[in-house]
Write a new protein. Structure first.
Length: 397
C-alpha cells in the first residue's frame, strides 16, 4: 500500500522536460510530408500521461500522433510512439524537440486517417481490411477499385510444396495497434496449421500513413521445426484494360508490357551467402516464360518496381530483414495476380517478409518522394543518447 501510494504521488507530481529527436535523410532524396516513426524511451515514473506532450520544430509546433507504446508496472510510459510527417531535403538533418510533463498540451490537432471497425472488416481511409486476414485486402479505392479476386494475403509453403494461409489459422486475433490519424497499424496474430500437430505462430501487421497512399504489410512466422520453405504475400489487382506496363529497379531499368491475361513477368533474385545478388527477369505466357534480362550485383537490392495501366500505378517494394541468402521472386500476371515470395537458402526458425504496395496516379515520377527507392530508405529518427541510458535500454548505433 505504501509503495503504491508513493508511486501514485510520484506520478502526480510531474516535472517538465524536453528531449531532442533527430531526423536524418540518408538517400539523397527530397521528402515532402514523409512519415516518421520515432520511439522515445522514458525512465520509470517520468511521464504519467502521454497527453502531456507536444512536438516542436524550433518555435513552431508540429502536428504529431503521440501515444504510449508500452508502460512500466506503475502505469507510467516506458516507450512513447511519436508519429509525424517531415519535409526534409537530400542528406539533411533536422532536430525536433519533444516537450513533456507538467501542463504541457499540444495546441495543434492531428488530422488524417479515420478508422472504422465493422463486424468482419476494418476501414482505414479508403482501404478495407478483412478481419479474417484471408483475403487480406478487401478494397482499395483511390481512383478506381484496384483489388480483384484471387490469392490475397500471407501464405506459407511447407517442405512438400503445399500452401497454407490464414483460412486455417488458430486463435486468430486482430487488433488496431495505432488508430491514427497520422499513422494506423493493424496487427494479426495466431498460428497457421501446417499439418498434423505442427503449428507456425505468426504476427502480421498492415500499416498506413496519412500522407502516402501505400499499404505496408509485414509478416513474421515462427518455424521452430524448420519445416517451411517459402513465405509470400499475394495481391489480386483489378486494373484497367490491357496492356499494362511493368518495370523493375535494375541497373538496366528493365521494363516491358503484359498484353494478354496469360502473360507473366517474373523477377528472380538469388542472394548468395557471399552477398552477391544474381537476378533474372523472365517473360512469356504462364508456364512458358523465357529469360528476358540477367545481371549480377554485389550489394544493390532490386526488388522494387511498378505496374500500371493508363491511369493507375502500383509501385511495389519487397524486402526481408537483412536480405538473407535465398531466392526472391516477384511475379506480375496479366490476369492481375501478383506474388512476392522468399525461399531461404538454409532452413530458418523464423521467417520475415515486408511488402509495400503504393497506389498512385500515372505517370509516376521515378526518384520522387513517393518512389520505391525512397521507401527502401525511410527517414531515421533517434533521440538524445542520454535518454536511452536513463531509461535503461540500448541506444541505436
Amino acid at each position: 500500500m505504501v509503495a503504491a501510494a508513493v508511486a501514485s504521488a510520484g506520478l502526480g507530481a510531474q516535472t517538465r522536460g524536453s528531449i531532442n529527436v533527430y531526423v536524418k535523410e540518408s538517400a539523397g532524396i527530397r521528402r515532402t510530408a514523409y512519415p516518421v516513426n520515432a520511439r522515445v524511451p522514458f525512465p520509470q515514473g517520468t511521464l504519467a500521461d502521454p497527453a502531456n506532450t507536444r512536438l516542436m520544430n524550433g518555435e513552431m509546433e508540429t502536428s504529431a500522433q503521440i501515444a504510449a507504446e508500452t508502460k512500466w508496472r506503475d502505469g507510467s510510459t516506458h516507450w512513447l510512439a511519436v508519429d509525424f510527417n517531415a519535409n526534409i531535403g537530400p542528406m539533411e538533418s533536422q532536430t525536433y524537440r519533444l516537450e513533456y510533463g507538467g501542463e504541457v498540451k499540444a495546441a495543434v490537432g492531428a488530422r488524417g486517417l479515420t478508422v472504422a471497425e465493422n463486424a468482419d472488416s476494418i476501414d482505414v481511409g479508403r482501404v478495407r481490411f478483412n478481419k479474417s486476414g484471408a483475403p487480406l485486402l478487401a478494397s482499395v479505392k483511390y481512383r478506381g477499385e484496384d483489388i480483384g479476386r484471387g490469392a490475397n494475403g500471407l501464405t506459407i509453403t511447407d517442405g512438400a510444396g503445399k500452401e497454407h494461409d490464414l483460412t486455417n489459422a488458430e486463435e486468430l486475433k486482430v487488433e488496431v495497434v495505432k488508430r491514427g490519424p497520422l499513422y494506423v497499424v493493424i496487427r494479426y496474430s495466431g498460428a497457421i496449421v501446417v499439418g498434423g500437430s505442427y503449428r507456425a505462430p505468426f504476427a502480421m501487421t498492415a500499416e498506413m500513413p496519412n500522407s502516402k497512399s501505400w499499404v505496408k504489410m509485414t509478416a513474421t512466422v515462427e518455424d521452430p521445426g524448420k519445416q517451411l520453405k517459402e513465405i509470400s504475400f499475394h495481391t489480386p489487382l483489378a486494373l484497367g484494360a490491357l496492356p499494362w506496363v511493368w518495370d523493375f529497379g535494375t541497373d538496366h531499368w528493365t521494363y516491358g508490357a503484359l498484353r494478354n491475361p496469360a502473360d507473366m513477368v517474373v523477377l528472380s533474385e538469388a542472394v548468395k551467402t557471399s552477398g552477391v545478388h544474381e537476378w533474372k527477369v523472365s517473360t512469356g505466357s504462364s508456364g512458358h516464360e523465357q529469360t528476358y534480362e540477367t545481371g549480377v550485383d554485389r550489394s544493390k537490392v532490386i526488388r522494387w518496381g511498378h505496374l500500371q495501366d493508363g491511369k493507375e500505378v502500383i509501385a511495389f517494394v519487397m524486402e526481408t530483414q537483412g536480405s538473407p541468402a535465398g531466392m526472391y521472386h516477384i511475379t506480375l500476371a496479366g490476369d492481375g495476380q501478383t506474388a512476392f515470395c522468399f525461399a531461404p537458402a538454409l532452413p530458418l526458425a523464423q521467417h520475415h517478409l515486408t511488402v509495400y504496395e503504393h497506389y498512385v496516379a500515372a505517370p509516376v515520377q521515378i526518384g520522387a518522394a513517393t518512389s520505391p527507392s525512397s521507401i527502401l530508405n525511410p527517414l531515421v529518427a533517434v533521440c538524445d543518447r542520454k535518454q536511452y541510458i536513463a531509461a535503461g535500454v540500448p541506444a541505436p548505433r
